[in-house]
Design a protein around this ligand. Structure first.
Ligand SMILES: [Zn+2]
Length: 467
């Protein structure tokens, strides 16, 4: 793409808040493998004469999200009917929020650039159409599964402040980390708990007017999000440069063909004939409750990341990774508090995924055993596995098994000499200046003397090779 084009992206992200039941009825949230239509009732099936009731946990998750995004929370909010006909929508309308959403005017800072948040509101999910074509059914037959009908959804809408596929991916990832940290949602994309819909337009650089935009649906991974945006940007630029015009429409993303395709012309808000939901009262959002929710928010990931760098002198990349999961960051700080050195603790959490299952006490114990030189890293891994499976403390495992690393150069010398005599090729390579041959020699030494202190062994090996 030439420099002459600017990309403009806004994001709509649908997130399933962490609740036990659906948005307006008592049905439990169906697990992924549930048989069709087994998590339904008269309310979510849209039977006549039933009355919806607002799920408080969903409202709380939505407000916490809005507060974490520094949105304004109004005194009142209400629900509205969004009317359209589709087989997976039993009532013929979806309960959503139109002109008085739960929150407005927030922002999320991503890598130093600010993405403004237009609104965060609550609505309900639709059912699912299953297109058959198996042994029992004709290919032309379709079925409706209402397990997801009425599942709560938060919709997080950004302003069109994003300027590239990279930024869009960063934004979606930062949002997911935030949602998980505050406990508002698991935001697991593979389970359909987070769905991302970018709207995309292009304009010639310097033009203040927005171009016509398309909206991409059915994006279910960060990778697909990135590829779909890159494809769509190129498609729009090619279209305009060859004399065509971009149509406002909704497009899908085909993972198999790696391209976007037209689904339908985009409806405007008036097509949905929104009106206030008559079966639900407007909600008054109590200020004391809002302030309580605000106080209960944990330290947000961006703040914690900065603090991990400043307080523990961690490299930025380590801090970003550890702050991306609240449990990892809690484990890290807990272990350091018990006396483990910070950088070594970070290395264990990042490099040994199973270490994340340890208690802060046990992690501190193991990191200290290795960094004090009592055992080497390979022995540390064995101790880690045993501690996890038996619940015995790392120090106790080390004592019980009599583990200790050999740090005495005199005791290691005969093994090092044996390594040198049995690897003539690597030795001559090393002496000819190939530094990487040392790796092969160290690997053989580790095999012959698993308990060797690698630092002592390495120095001894280099000294004997030089003589
Ligand atoms: Zn129900």
């Amino acid at each position: 793409m030439s420099e002459a084009w600017e990309v403009v992206i806004g994001m709509e992200v649908h997130v399933q808040p962490r609740t036990r039941s659906k948005m307006f009825c008592g049905c439990a949230i169906a697990p992924l493998n549930a048989a069709p239509n087994t998590y339904v009732c008269e309310i979510c099936e849209g039977m006549p004469g039933v009355l919806p009731v607002i799920n408080k946990a969903a409202v709380e998750a939505c407000l916490k999200t809005a507060l974490a995004l520094e949105c304004e929370i109004p005194e009142h909010t209400k629900f509205d009917r969004k009317n359209y006909m589709y087989p997976d929508l039993p009532k013929g309308y979806q309960i959503s929020q139109y002109d008085l959403p739960m929150s407005r005017n927030g922002h999320l800072d991503v890598d130093g650039s600010r993405v403004r948040i237009r609104r965060v509101h609550l609505e309900e999910d639709t059912g699912k159409l299953v297109h058959a074509g198996d042994k029992l059914h004709k290919a032309s037959e379709s079925f409706v599964d209402l397990n997801r009908a009425g599942v709560p959804l938060m919709e997080i809408v950004s302003e069109p402040d994003i300027r590239s596929a990279d930024e869009a991916r960063e934004y979606a990832m930062a949002l997911r980390i935030l949602l998980r940290t505050i406990g508002a949602s698991e935001a697991d994309m593979e389970k359909g708990q987070m769905r991302v819909e970018p709207n995309i337009s292009v304009r010639r650089a310097g033009n203040p007017e927005f171009g016509e935009k398309t909206e991409l649906k059915n994006i279910n991974s960060f990778r697909a999000l990135h590829r779909a945006i890159e494809y769509e940007v190129k498609r729009q630029v090619d279209l305009i440069e060859s004399g065509g015009t971009v149509q406002q429409e909704t497009r899908g993303w085909s993972e198999a063909e790696q391209r976007t395709f037209k689904q339908r012309s985009k409806e405007d808000a008036e097509d949905y004939r929104y009106f206030p939901e008559p079966d639900l009262p407007p909600l008054r959002l109590d200020r004391a409750w809002i302030e309580k929710l605000r106080r209960e928010l944990p330290e947000l990931p961006a703040v914690r990341r900065t603090r991990l760098v400043e307080e523990y002198a961690l490299p930025a990349a380590d801090a970003a990774l550890i702050a991306s999961e609240r449990e990892w960051a809690d484990l890290f700080e807990g272990a350091v508090e018990k006396g483990a050195p910070a950088k070594a603790t970070a290395n264990w959490i990042i490099g040994e995924p199973t270490a994340r299952d340890l208690s802060p006490d046990f992690l501190a114990d193991i990191v200290t055993l290795v960094s004090d030189g009592r055992i080497n890293r390979d022995q540390g891994r064995e101790v880690l596995a045993e501690s996890l499976s038996t619940g015995t403390s790392p120090s106790a495992v080390v004592s019980a098994r009599g583990l200790t690393q050999e740090s005495d150069a005199g005791a290691l010398e005969s093994i090092v000499r044996e390594v040198i005599s049995s690897n003539p090729r690597a030795v001559s390579d090393y002496r000819a200046g190939k530094r990487q041959a040392l790796g092969a020699l160290m690997a053989d030494l580790k095999k012959k003397a698993p308990a060797a202190n690698p630092k002592v062994a390495n120095e001894l090996l280099q000294r004997l090779l030089a003589s």
